[in-house]
Design a protein around this ligand. Structure first.
Ligand SMILES: [Zn+2]
Length: 104
């Protein structure tokens, strides 16, 4: 479920002036703070449903992405640290080093 942001219109409660709520996309927009019932308005931003798109964003989020090249070999486009960018068949040392990624 996406996370919506809302803003208190008057005095914010303990949740702070701006807060987040997890709502179904079919739910009506929030007009009351879910905690104390004070008036709020929904902010248009949607947090949590954006998808990283670039290889460097994926790398920062610790995803790995392999791209198949025209010659059939795989390229590790999110290679980090000492990883090999080109994965060669029969050479396990060219595979992404998961142990190293997780320990960083
Ligand atoms: Zn509140």
């Amino acid at each position: 479920m996406p996370i919506y942001e809302y803003e208190h219109l008057e005095n914010p409660c303990a949740l702070g002036k701006e807060s987040e709520v997890r709502q179904s996309i079919d739910d009506d927009p929030l007009n009351k703070c879910p905690r104390y019932g004070r008036p709020v308005k929904n902010l248009p931003s949607l947090v949590g449903i954006s998808v990283p798109k670039t290889n460097s964003e994926l790398r920062d989020l610790m995803f790995g992405k392999l791209a198949k090249r025209n010659d059939g070999a795989y390229e590790n486009v999110t290679a980090r640290y000492a990883e090999s960018r080109h994965i060669e068949h029969g050479k396990p040392e060219t595979m992404p080093n998961l142990k190293k990624i997780i320990s960083h």
